[in-house]
Design a protein around this ligand. Structure first.
Ligand SMILES: O=CC(=O)O
Length: 312
């Protein structure tokens, strides 16, 4: 089995080591080392454990002739070549549901942090500027929240925002019966034009890449806030950065970036932006439950039992 060890809890590594023969592919080291690793282990590897950052692309899959399953320590499976897995009969599992509350909590945290300017005001206090600080911020309660992708996470965000008295609008390809109390917008531009805070909560697919483009940003406007807890490539980052620098967008709360771990440096000097290092699901509780699913899926596969959370 191979495991990308970036951002993996010791708990998961220990469980994998106890139950399987684990080879750790450290993707942060030089490419030569990774190539050597694959040459050494390619024939014995029957399972890959991926993460939200490193999955199994066509190149990796092609190098592993005996690969049977990719068990991802993530909800999103955008780093796995699903078509290739289907074609080769390789099973794929992910970790749905167990981090929904934590990701939704972080989305609300980002909305509150940007609206109430929590980070810059905290910095003023720490630097002894209590009496001089500009402490005014914008109300969050009652603001219209627009959700792109009313799936499990999107609905958990909506439910929390409703408790703050926020009317909810949403965009998805079709109207959802579960969203009967929410306002449906048939396009993302329409949604952006009709909300104060726009949240990206959909899966990353070829259709949703750059779903936040210049037109959407302009429709959200200089008072609008963008929150992204989805994936970096959902947003045209160059457009986002210029809109923020030019004051065409009111603010942003970002947990994900186009080229992680690289964050556009221009954002560092902006007080209306809150930056997180892709940690939506990174609570001890959620990551433990995710680790249990990764191991449970692998055990089920090797015992010929039904997978717990199959994707393919
Ligand atoms: O981004 C995190 C995940 O997909 O679990």
């Amino acid at each position: 089995m191979t495991c990308s060890s970036v951002q993996v809890q010791p708990y998961l590594l220990e469980a994998l080591e106890e139950k399987f023969t684990l080879h750790k592919l450290d993707t942060t080291t030089e490419p030569d080392k990774a190539a050597r690793f694959l040459r050494t282990h390619r024939d014995s590897i029957r399972a890959v454990v991926g993460t939200a950052f490193v999955g199994a692309d066509a190149e990796l899959i092609d190098q592993l002739p005996n690969l049977e399953i990719v068990s991802s320590y993530s909800v999103g499976v955008d780093k796995i070549d699903l078509a290739k897995c289907k074609e080769k009969g390789i099973r794929v599992t992910n970790c749905p549901d167990v981090s929904t509350d934590d990701v939704a909590d972080l989305a609300l945290g980002l909305m509150l942090a940007v609206s109430r300017r929590l980070c810059p005001i905290d910095r003023y206090v720490r630097s002894g500027l209590w009496s001089k600080l500009d402490f005014f911020s914008k109300q969050f309660s009652g603001k219209t929240v627009g959700i792109i992708g009313p799936g499990n996470i999107g609905m958990a965000i909506a439910k929390r925002a409703e408790a703050f008295g926020c009317p909810i609008s949403y965009f998805s390809r079709s109207q959802k019966p579960a969203c009967i109390n929410y306002n449906y917008c048939p396009t993302v531009v329409d949604l952006a034009a009709n909300c104060d805070i726009l949240v990206v909560a959909c899966a990353l697919t070829p259709d949703t890449r750059h779903i936040i483009n210049r037109d959407v940003i302009d429709a959200l406007g200089p008072e609008g806030v963008l929150v992204n807890i989805g994936r970096g490539p959902h947003v045209d980052e160059a457009e986002l950065v210029s809109a923020l620098l030019e004051g065409r967008l009111g603010g942003a709360g970002l947990d994900v970036f186009q080229d992680e771990p690289n964050v556009p440096e221009e954002l560092f000097k902006l007080d209306n932006v809150v930056l997180m290092p892709h940690v939506g699901s990174a609570t001890v509780e959620a990551r433990k439950a995710m680790a249990d699913l990764v191991v449970g899926n692998l055990e089920a596969h090797f015992l010929n039992k039904p997978l717990l959370t199959p994707v393919v």
